[in-house]
Design a protein around this ligand. Structure first.
Ligand SMILES: Cc1cc2nc3c(=O)[nH]c(=O)nc-3n(C[C@H](O)[C@H](O)[C@H](O)COP(=O)(O)O)c2cc1C
Length: 192
């Protein structure tokens, strides 16, 4: 599968970028074709311009060239992965703005429209540990808002959400994160 991997981190030497590289390595080993797209390097503007607001009367509205270009990237892929650091228990503004502008009405939802990918994976690099997420139900919040509210809302039944916990931990924790990222790529398979 051609897997569009969208990376959101302002720093090239971040763990988030390292995770993306390991996921790509795993994808290639698993026979997939990773296509990396770094939103910060590309200069994507996450702010919503009027040109990208939906026209609720016209499901076939054309959006800004910048948003249409992102839609074309998605159309050219079989699967989509968003890799981001968890900020305030959710998506950073860059990822959120990309979704706001690109998962737009008529392209990703409403009528018979659905985001045109078979698999959608949200991969969050998380500073805190699993226990903190479970105790405070931040895991449930992500399932409702990201997995269900975005992925399922956009008609992608095979939407996955995974947190890579303890990103601020010791070398062993970092190693575990990178190994998991590689395994996720290697075992990335089409649904059904
Ligand atoms: C603005 C900001 C908000 C953060 N909020 C959270 C959070 O809500 N939950 C969490 O687990 N980690 C949080 N963190 C920690 C980041 O997830 C952590 O710094 C990141 O995963 C480390 O990877 P990186 O080197 O790729 O940035 C936050 C970090 C920043 C800078």
């Amino acid at each position: 599968m051609k897997v569009l991997t969208v990376i959101d981190h302002p720093r090239r030497d971040s763990l988030t970028h390292a995770v993306a590289a390991r996921l790509a390595k795993g994808l290639a080993a698993g026979g997939h074709e990773p296509v990396l797209h770094d939103l910060h390097a590309a200069g994507f503007d996450p702010r919503m311009p009027p040109a990208d607001e939906p026209d609720w009367q016209d499901i076939d509205r054309k959006y800004s060239p910048a948003a249409e270009a992102e839609m074309a990237r998605i159309r050219a892929a079989d699967a989509l992965v968003l890799i981001f650091p968890v900020w305030w228990w959710g998506l950073p503004a860059m990822s959120k703005g990309w979704i706001d502008r690109v998962f737009n009405r008529g392209f990703a939802y409403d009528g018979d429209r659905a985001l045109p990918v078979r698999t959608l994976l949200f991969l969050g690099v998380a500073g805190s540990g699993r226990a903190t997420y479970e105790k405070n139900r931040y895991d449930l919040a992500g399932e409702i808002q990201i997995l269900h509210g975005i992925g399922h809302y956009c008609g992608v039944a095979d939407t996955r959400l995974e947190y890579l916990y303890d990103s601020l931990g010791d070398a062993a924790a970092i190693q575990a994160i990178l190994l998991r990222a590689e395994a996720l790529g290697r075992d990335f398979a089409p649904a059904g």
